[in-house]
Each structure stands twice: as C-alpha cells, then as structure tokens.
Design a protein around this ligand. Structure first.
Ligand code: MN
Length: 323
C-alpha cells in the first residue's frame, strides 16, 4: 500500500498562529489507517495525587507544537518524508470513573495498533501510560522494555489507603501484569525527597535500572544512553517522557515538580541517542497548563514530542528500507 506522506502546513504560506490547532500542524484524520505513527492526545488526569491539570495537556501541546519545523537540525531527520504521520485527535475519555477511563484509553490505543500504526501520545497524567502499555503489549503478544525519563520512579504500591491506580503506581502495576520486562527498564532523572528511604527497593529488587540525577550529572548523556542500549537491546521498547524530568525552572507547568532536574538540552540529547532502538510507542505526559508560564512547559513537551517523532520515524524508515 502506498502511504500518504502527510506534511505540516507550510509556515511560509500560513502563519503559525493561524488555522486549526493540530499536533505539528499535520492534518487531523479520523483513524490511524495508513499511518506509521499516530499522534494522539489522552486528556485525562484522574490518576493525579496532588495538583491536577494534565487533562489540559494535549490542547496546549498542540498549540505550542505549531513552533516545530519540518526537520531535526542536528540529526537531519525529516520525519514527514520517511513516515506517514498525522493527528488522530484525542481519545474520548470521560473524567469521572477511573476504571472505565483506563478501559477507554486501552481500547483507543488498541484500535491504533490494530491499524498497524505506532502511537505517540500526549497525556494526561502518568497513569495514562499503563493502559497504553497494556494495548501495545497485547498487540505484540510480549512484554515490552521501557525507557522512562522522570523525576519519580512511579513504582509505589498504593495511595490513600489501598488505591492501586494513580500516577505514582503505573510501572509497578505494569510489571505485576507482565506487560513490562523489569530487566529491560531504565529510569533516568530520578530525584527528590521520597516517602521512605527504601521507597525504591521494590523497583530495584525487580531489576529496574534507576539512574538518579546525580549519577546522570556525573556520567553524562552519552554514557547513560550507551547503557540504555545495552539494557534494552533489540526487543520492542516503549519510551515515556514525564515532563517533570525537566527542571521546573524550564518546565514549571506540571503536577509534581522537583528541582535539580534535567535541562531541556540534556533531554534532547538523550532522546536523539535513542536512535537504533525498536520503539513501538512513546508518550509525553504530565504537562499541566494551569501551572504553566507563557506556554514554556507545553513548548518543552511539544519539542520532546518532535524529538521522539524523529527517532520513531527513523525506525520506520529503516524497516521500510530493509523490507
Ligand atoms: Mn512520572
């Protein structure tokens, strides 16, 4: 099948502040049919334990993504020339009932996978990643590896009594459900005060590789990402980018900010070094516009989304070339 290479609206013809707001100014389409990569919003923050607002993330990331241009200045990748990409809209997720919201997200992502496309989503809080992982893992019939950029491990057991589903628990649930392979999980940028000194013991006991911000700072992006490649290997991998991995001086609009974080430039460098991994899906989560300043967090989110799109498109291009 010949695939349509959808192109963003040309900013030299129509100014960036005009027209419908879509991810990367790409066409809005009704389904993922014929796409290699489906850009999708998941406007839901029912798993948030403190400051809610990430439900408004997709709309603002769409707005700021109008600043993205067609090609990556550093890697030279022009994603729209090598992959079929479009905005499939937002998943219709109701904000009231948590368990049915998780089902709605899983069904929405499953529909994208069934059409042969890889989802690149914008949350939403970090609990949205759990049903996304369920759908992709089911579609592939195997557990996935995970590269997680985050201030927090998100592997706690429960909150407010015995509530197992919050944005602080998704990766513990995913391991318990067998949809993530804990030996192929790397968490980068972890920091901040913890509930207890041994809070990460469970995660480490499962085999998760936690790269605290101090170790990242000492070793740098190239060394850390070389280790990521060694851990993740050639199998299917999901990349999740929590915007709170970035220092709040550069990304204040998020529910659980932690000082001492990554710079946007360090994050961009690491996302480019994902090149070569078999990325079956990715997301940017926890952009909370009510806490943002002048759209700077949404802009950081949109830019990380573009970097993820570039490495995902590169993977599509390579699989097409080798077919
Ligand atoms: Mn997180």
């Amino acid at each position: 099948m010949t695939k349509t290479r959808h192109q963003p609206i040309d900013a030299a013809l129509v100014p960036r502040f005009a027209g419908h707001s879509t991810f990367m100014r790409l066409p809005a389409v009704d389904s993922a049919a014929g796409l290699d990569i489906a850009l999708v919003g998941i406007p839901w923050d029912g798993g948030t334990t403190n400051r809610a607002g990430a439900r408004h993330g997709p709309r603002e990331v769409r707005n700021q993504s109008s600043l993205m241009r067609r090609a990556n200045h550093q890697t030279g990748i022009a994603p729209y020339d090598i992959a079929s990409v479009a905005d499939v809209g937002d998943l219709a997720v109701q904000p009231i009932d948590l368990m049915s919201a998780l089902r709605q997200i899983e069904e929405g992502i499953a529909a994208i996978c069934a059409q042969g496309a890889r989802p690149l989503s914008v949350g939403g809080d970090h609990l949205t990643t759990l049903p996304v992982l369920r759908a992709i893992s089911k579609a592939l019939g195997k557990p996935l590896g995970l590269v997680q950029f985050d201030a927090h491990s998100d592997t706690n057991d429960s909150y407010f009594g015995d509530n197992p589903y919050t944005h602080g628990t998704p990766f513990r649930r995913a391991i318990e459900e067998g949809i993530l392979d804990p030996a192929r999980i790397v968490q980068i940028g972890i920091r901040g005060s913890v509930y207890a000194a041994d809070e990460h013991r469970w995660a480490k006991d499962q085999g998760i590789r936690i790269v605290y911000i101090e170790e990242f700072s000492e070793r740098g992006p190239a060394e850390i990402m070389a280790e990521v490649h060694a851990i993740i290997g050639a199998g299917p991998a999901y990349v999740t980018f929590d915007i709170d991995s970035i220092d709040p001086s550069m990304a204040p609009g998020t529910g659980t900010p932690e000082i001492g974080g990554l710079t946007t430039r360090e994050a961009q460098t690491m996302l480019r070094l994902l090149s070569g991994l078999n990325i079956v899906g990715a997301d940017v989560v926890e952009v909370a516009p009510p806490f943002d300043l002048g759209g700077m967090t949404a802009l950081a989110g949109a830019t990380m989304m573009f970097e993820l799109l570039c490495v995902m498109a590169e993977g599509v291009g390579q699989s097409v070339a080798s077919a």
